[in-house]
Design a protein around this ligand. Structure first.
Ligand SMILES: C[S@@+](CC[C@H](N)C(=O)[O-])C[C@H]1O[C@@H](n2cnc3c(N)ncnc32)[C@H](O)[C@@H]1O
Length: 297
């Protein structure tokens, strides 16, 4: 086991950027953080308010005591296995940057591919397509769609009122208030009778028993409601697939993120039973067959 490294030593000196990075990476590595060097760079860049790449331009610049103090405080949070994005307060997602906080899942890189597929499934001929994003979390998918398809109207539904508040903040900060509405809702419950051209969702899909075995960043810091898909991971997906046909126009599409591989097969079967046609799957960045789409005939 790697011995613990105390970053407080940085407070007693006036370390250079390169020395601070080396000590920070050592401390993170000893705490079990995977991408220790990269994370130390992000943390120091955020303290110095410069792009991460700019750190290499001035490796000999010394840190002021207040800068060293802020850096050590952020290192300590990351050493406690808070997700990097919680410490930084933001996460990039496609062409936008979102505020993140512990009440909403940190947007994942693979979900960028779900948003991309959702955009492709919107017929190009529609000037103002209506999209429903189920379980919006930070609002990442809803905002990305509205950002990249300016005519689209997105209804973002979310069971957690605290996550919905974060999504609303992001919608407002991105200037998308006229395009995305966020509502607290148990799946489609508050929707009324509207029908959408597309339903997109990255739902909770992890089997309950799996969650405590995941990394501390996930098991201790992502909201349980964002991950828990019940005993087999499919509790929420089953409801979405069963209810989606009644929420779609004829020819409308549904596209979902899943736990991948075996779960994809089960979701395809659920979609077939619900009457979806043109069922197909796509792989994520790691090659895992993760996304499923279908169309209401
Ligand atoms: C895996 S997270 C995805 C969050 C976000 N869309 C993303 O991709 O980062 C699932 C989200 O669904 C929400 N959720 C869970 N059950 C729900 C339900 N019954 N109705 C609406 N939202 C729900 C959770 O609170 C969480 O925000």
């Amino acid at each position: 086991m790697t011995p613990a490294v105390d970053p407080d030593a940085l407070l007693d000196s006036r370390p250079s950027v390169s020395a601070a990075l080396a000590a920070g990476a050592d401390a993170l590595r000893a705490a079990g953080v995977d991408a220790a060097t990269v994370d130390a760079e992000w943390l120091l860049a955020s303290v110095l308010r410069m792009p991460r790449g700019a750190l290499r331009v001035e490796p000999g610049r010394t840190l002021e005591p207040t800068e060293a103090g802020r850096y050590v405080a952020r290192l300590r949070r990351r050493m406690n296995r808070e997700p990097l994005q919680h410490v930084l307060g933001t996460a990039p997602f496609r062409h936008i940057t979102l505020r993140v906080a512990p009440d909403a899942l940190v947007p994942r890189p693979e979900t960028e591919l779900l948003a991309e597929w959702a955009l492709e499934l919107l017929p190009p001929t529609l000037t103002s397509p209506l999209v429903i994003d189920l379980g919006t979390g930070t609002g990442c998918i809803a905002c990305a769609i509205a950002w990249e398809r300016p005519g689209a109207k997105v209804v973002a539904l979310e069971a957690s009122s605290r996550a919905a508040a974060i999504a609303r903040d992001n919608v407002a900060a991105l200037g998308l208030s006229g395009h995305v509405t966020v509502e607290v809702s148990d799946l489609f419950a508050t929707l009324g009778s509207i029908r959408a051209d597309l339903v997109v969702s990255n739902p909770p899909y992890l089997p309950t028993a799996l969650i405590p075995t995941l990394s501390p960043e996930v098991s201790r810091h992502d909201p349980w409601i964002a991950m828990d898909g019940g005993p087999d991971g499919l509790s929420v997906i089953r409801r979405i697939v069963a209810d989606a046909p009644a929420r779609l126009v004829s020819g409308g599409a549904v596209v979902l993120e899943t736990g991948g591989d075996a779960q994809v097969r089960e979701v395809l079967t659920l979609m077939q039973a619900a009457g979806f046609t043109e069922r197909c799957t796509r792989r994520d960045l790691a090659g895992v067959e993760r996304f499923v789409a279908g169309r209401r005939p």
